[in-house]
Design a protein around this ligand. Structure first.
Ligand code: PLP
Length: 387
């Protein structure tokens, strides 16, 4: 099956007289006939669920679906994207090792590395992953590589084919946060990554109504990740898992529309005098376009950013004039939303650190929704050019 069909069917195949749509099995514990019966399920020899912190019916279906979409052997669903990243790092690097990571990783991921892993003895090696020389220099002795498919907010695309090949030669596992692309546009495991993680809060769920995460990879990676999630108590609840799977069913359709809309908006913004620069991986003239066109031939999803001339006051004015797009510090929903990295995702950085990453006082991030493209473009154009 192609990814679009897989998104519709993966993870649950209702049998005779079962409901076509999955039920919500809102329970914390299951009942067993006898000791042997319990033992069978607890040891994983028979399918089933014992206790809600370990697993539940709805997370089981969601995990199977995302694993199938990503081409992994298995998956584990967690209470948030951050929980998925946490357990995935612990599964791949249970003891302190040097971690080579893309310096533009999501801010809380960097905070996790700095505040929780570094004090345990993990050495942190941030690098510009669009510079393969920097990756090569960071690899010797490293125990883990962490990258994102598309960076936040400036939408750079590193050459994950080459990075995974370099890491494979150095025998270092690679963890890819695939949140911005989603598995209908990019599947990290097919490009040599060891494991992939998602904030399912974003495109997988797709409707801005849940917080969840998923990690996928080999059976052993998922066993290790799940064991940590059970001990930490970060298992996803049944209702959130049900919502995420419901959202996932339309993933391919949404990603196609998000991709077309973001490129259309990027092109329109690039023509405005008040916009200094547009950051979209597939926009003609983007430094990331050649790599992005190879890795993301079907589109790069809904994310883009632009630098507004006039800095913060101009951003404030624009926000006040927006009619359709909302100022909301998340992404990946059906609605077009705007974020201002200086005070949202990158507020923890100093102005110098932001500048080093290319985030300016006029940088605006857009998560393009699935509305009609004319309406999105018109909304931004009028808000930026009015007055
Ligand atoms: N990874 C990326 C790329 C993100 O953008 C986010 C959240 O914005 C996360 C991980 C964390 O996900 P969550 O908020 O679901 O914990």
């Amino acid at each position: 099956m192609k990814p679009g069909s897989r998104a519709v069917h993966a993870g649950r195949h209702p049998g005779r007289r079962e409901s076509l749509a999955p039920p919500i099995v809102q329970a914390s514990v299951h009942v067993f006939d006898d000791l042997d019966d319990y033992d069978e399920v607890a040891a994983g020899r028979s399918p089933g669920h014992v206790y809600g912190r370990n697993s539940n019916e709805n997370t089981g279906w969601l995990e199977a679906a995302v694993a199938e979409l990503e081409g992994g052997e298995a998956g584990v669903a967690t209470a948030s994207g951050m929980a998925a990243i946490y357990v995935a790092i612990l599964a791949l690097a249970p003891r302190p090792v040097p971690i080579l990571f893309q310096r533009e990783l999501y801010g809380t991921t960097i905070a996790l590395l700095r505040e929780d892993f570094a004090p345990l003895g993990y050495e942190l090696r941030p690098a510009d992953f669009t510079d393969l020389g920097a990756v090569e220099r960071g690899l010797p002795g490293a125990g883990l590589v962490i990258s994102e498919t598309i960076t936040n907010p400036l939408c750079a695309v590193a050459d994950l084919d080459r990075i995974c090949a370099l890491a494979r030669d150095a025998r270092v596992p690679v963890l890819v946060d695939n949140t911005f692309a989603s598995p209908t546009l990019f599947r990290p495991l097919e490009h040599g990554a060891t494991a992939a993680v998602h904030s399912a809060t974003k495109y997988l769920g797709g409707h801005s109504d849940l917080v969840a995460g998923v990690a996928v990879g080999s059976g052993e990676f998922v066993r290790q990740s799940r064991a940590r999630s059970i001990r930490l108590g970060t298992t996803l609840g049944p209702f959130e898992a049900w919502l995420a799977l419901r959202g996932l069913r339309t993933l391919a359709l949404r990603m196609t529309r998000h991709s077309a809309n973001s490129l259309r908006l990027a092109e329109a913004l690039a023509g405005l005098e008040a916009v200094d620069r547009v950051h979209h991986p597939l926009l003609e003239g983007s430094p990331w376009q050649p790599v992005a066109a190879r890795l993301l031939p079907e589109g790069s999803g809904g994310m883009l950013a632009f630098d507004l001339a006039g800095a913060r006051p101009a951003v404030q004015l624009m926000l006040g004039r927006m009619r359709l797009a909302a100022f909301a510090a998340s992404l990946g929903g059906v609605e077009t939303t705007i974020s201002y990295p200086e005070i949202t995702s990158h507020r923890g950085l100093t102005p110098e650190e932001r500048l080093e990453l290319g985030i300016l006082p006029g940088t605006v991030r857009v998560s393009t929704g699935i509305e009609d493209p004319e309406d999105i473009v018109e909304d931004f154009v009028q808000a930026i050019t009015a007055g």
